[in-house]
Design a protein around this ligand. Structure first.
Ligand code: NAD
Length: 334
């Protein structure tokens, strides 16, 4: 297959390396608004280069990967859908709810397959948790704890266009809670804090956040995020039920030190980035996309899934600003 990729920043360069190593990719073509950055990556990886997205999309690609900064997602996805090219789009679909809804309508009305980049859906631990919940192994689930604690903040320029901690980061937890439980969120209460660099508050964002979600069946979910987890990249989920508790991310690399005497767990090296933590999942999601682009499988993460996670993030931002419980039926939808 001939695959095009736009955006060669942190995740784009990483996806390009992954794609280059996959059997189904015969040719990879990369582009970026910063033309020299794309040319340099193409040279480094020994892949092809296009001077613009328009040039790339008119060059007979079988699939397109959008890994630009978030404001680029919506226009590029529209362009790709209009050209009829199966597309993998990084999360979030767009920076605002209105744009996300519009985009979901455009994609839904087309026959073009689109997969959104929530890689945790392809992580073995989260998949095991989803099947344990679906199979009733935990009894009735009453409480879930989820967290995404980044080891270090992204650059200030990234934060300024990211959409904020809930839409940019916790949106992964909102998606995976839906995936693991098969349930929708009914209401949220969220709050945030700024304890680190001033560029977060200057962008109207927070560097640390917490939320309580109530699912439609009454399950209570607490989620936390921070850009300052000096202990390592720390992403976990605990699902607690009447018959058992299952933990995702509790391996030897867990970024927690036990305060108990004589306990040596966890003894392994810490993860220092999301790329390291989710390497197999990123690979699996792109492999799955190849099947989607070939018409052999349905998208495992649709624009409607992306919209639902984004609606939870939107509710959390309103809750944080207005200091109140926000019901999801207050948030616009399709
Ligand atoms: N799924 C994940 O785990 C994950 C992890 C990190 C980032 N992301 C998402 O990936 C996206 C990129 O994040 P990043 O950390 O790589 O950002 P980044 O700032 O490192 O890189 C963004 C790149 O996009 C390019 N770009 C911007 N607008 C463009 C356009 N219109 N056309 C072509 N290129 C354009 C920039 O020049 C830059 O090279 C964000 O939307 C982010 O939310 C997802």
């Amino acid at each position: 297959m001939r695959i095009g990729l736009s955006g060669v920043g942190r995740i784009g360069a990483f996806h390009a390396e992954t794609l280059k190593g996959l059997d189904f990719v015969d040719e990879l073509v990369v582009t970026d608004v910063v033309v020299d950055a794309a040319r340099e990556l193409a040279d480094r990886l020994g892949v092809s280069f296009a001077g613009s997205v328009t040039e790339l999309l008119s060059s007979d690609v079988d699939g397109f990967v959008i890994a630009t900064a978030t404001p680029g997602h919506a226009p590029l996805l529209r362009q790709a859908v209009e050209a009829g090219i199966p597309t993998f789009c990084e999360k979030p679909l767009a920076g605002t709810l209105a744009e996300t809804i519009e985009l979901a309508k455009v994609v839904d009305a087309s026959a073009v397959p689109v997969q959104v980049g929530f890689q945790r859906r392809f992580d073995d631990g989260y998949r095991r948790a989803a099947s344990a919940v679906a199979g009733g192994e935990l009894g009735f689930v009453h409480t879930i704890r989820a967290n995404t604690h980044d080891q270090a903040p992204p650059p200030a320029a990234y934060v300024a266009t990211s959409g904020g901690l809930f839409r940019d980061c916790l949106v992964h937890d909102f998606d995976i809670v839906r995936f693991v439980t098969g349930r929708e969120v009914a209401s949220v209460f969220a709050t945030g804090a700024n304890k680190g660099a001033s560029f977060f508050s200057e962008a109207g964002d927070v560097d640390t956040a917490a939320a309580v979600l109530t699912l439609e069946d009454g399950t209570l979910v607490t989620v936390t995020a921070t850009r300052y987890s000096g202990a390592g990249h720390d992403v976990r989920l605990e699902v607690m039920g009447s018959d058992g508790t299952l933990g995702v991310g509790f391996d030897d690399s867990l970024a927690v030190t036990s305060a108990e005497a004589g306990v040596s767990y966890p003894g392994g090296p810490r993860h220092w980035s999301f790329m390291e933590r989710f390497l197999p999942a990123y690979r699996a999601e792109l492999q799955a996309f190849a099947q989607v682009a070939r018409g052999r499988a349905a998208s495992a993460c649709t624009v409607v899934d992306a919209l639902e996670a984004f609606r939870v993030a939107e509710a959390c931002e309103i809750s944080r600003h207005e200091m109140r419980v926000v019901r999801l039926d207050e948030i616009d939808t399709l």
